[in-house]
Design a binder for this molecule. Structure first.
Ligand SMILES: Nc1ncnc2c1ncn2[C@@H]1O[C@H](COP(=O)(O)OP(=O)(O)O)[C@@H](O)[C@H]1O
Ligand SMILES: [Mg+2]
Length: 228
C-alpha cells in the first residue's frame, strides 16, 4: 500500500469574489522510505501541497489518502492524532519554542503522545544523538546558531519515529556547510530508520541529495523523476 495517494487533487483559495487555483489535478503516490523533493519556483504550490499531505489543510476536490486515511473525512481530533503519531514537520523558520530548552523542545511531541518521563528521556537523548546535539541539551534556541536550531527541529520531527517527515524549505535560512550537514543527517535517518522524507525546496544543494524529484510549475506536476 502506498503511504500517500493523491488523485485528481485540486486546491482553490478564495480570491476576491472568485477563486485562485493553487494546485491543479495532482496525481501522486509516495511509498515507504522515499527521499523526495518537491521542486519549483516560488508560488508553484509546494507549501500548499505539503500542508495538505500533512493534513494541516484540506483539498478542494479529488482525494488525498495518508496512511489509509481520507484526510478530508477526518475530524479535527482525528487529523491531529494522525499528525502526532505519524508525521513530523520541519519548517524553514525552525518554529522552536523560545522559552523551552533544547531537551524540552524535542520532548514536546512525546508529551502529546502521553509517553512516560523515562521513555521520553530515552527517546529525546537518542534523537539528539542522531543530530549531534547532546552537548546543547540545556541551551535555549536564542543561544544556538541557525544550523543548530534546524538540527533541534529535525530531532523534534523524528523523536517519535514518525513514518513521514515533511520539510518545507528546510535549508532556506542556512549557509552551505549547515545545509550539507542537515541533509546528511536526514539522509542517514532515511537510510537507517526507513523514514519517508518529503521536502519542498528550490535549493540546488538539497536537490543533489534527492532520490526522487517532483517538479511543480504553476500548480501542476511538470516532471516526476528518479534521480539516483
Ligand atoms: N492562504 C492562501 N490564500 C490565498 N492564496 C494562497 C494562500 N496560500 C497560498 N496561496 C497562493 O497559492 C499559490 C501557491 O502558494 P505556495 O503553496 O505557498 O507556493 P510555494 O510554496 O511553491 O511558494 C501562490 O500563488 C500563493 O499566493
Ligand atoms: Mg512555500
Amino acid at each position: 500500500m502506498a503511504l500517500i495517494e493523491i488523485n485528481g487533487m485540486i486546491k482553490e483559495y478564495p480570491m476576491g469574489r472568485g477563486k485562485f487555483t493553487a494546485l491543479k489535478n495532482i496525481d501522486l503516490e509516495f511509498t515507504e522510505g522515499e527521499f523526495t523533493g518537491i521542486v519549483g519556483p516560488s508560488g508553484s504550490g509546494k507549501t500548499t501541497l505539503l500542508n495538505i499531505i500533512g493534513s494541516l489543510d484540506v483539498q478542494s476536490d479529488g482525494s488525498v489518502r495518508v496512511m489509509g486515511n481520507d484526510i478530508e473525512k477526518l475530524s479535527g481530533k482525528q487529523s491531529s492524532k494522525l499528525r502526532s503519531k505519524h508525521i513530523g514537520f520541519i519548517f524553514q523558520t525552525y518554529n522552536l519554542l523560545p522559552v523551552y530548552t533544547v531537551f524540552e523542545n524535542v520532548e514536546f511531541p512525546l508529551i502529546l503522545l502521553g509517553m512516560s518521563t523515562e521513555e521520553r528521556k530515552k527517546a529525546v537523548l537518542e534523537a539528539l544523538d542522531w543530530v549531534g546535539l547532546t552537548d546543547k541539551i540545556k541551551s535555549r534556541p536564542a543561544q544556538l546558531s541557525g544550523g543548530e536550531c534546524q538540527r533541534v527541529a529535525i530531532a523534534r520531527a523524528i523523536v517519535k519515529k514518525p513514518d513521514i517527515v515533511l520539510a518545507d524549505e528546510p535549508t532556506a535560512n542556512l549557509d552551505a556547510e549547515n545545509s550539507h550537514h542537515i541533509l546528511k543527517t536526514m539522509k542517514k535517518i532515511n537510510e537507517e530508520l526507513g523514514t519517508t522524507f518529503i521536502f519542498s525546496t528550490h535549493d540546488a544543494k538539497v536537490i543533489s541529495y534527492l532520490k526522487r524529484k517532483i517538479t511543480l510549475l504553476d500548480g501542476k506536476v511538470f516532471k516526476d523523476e528518479i534521480v539516483e
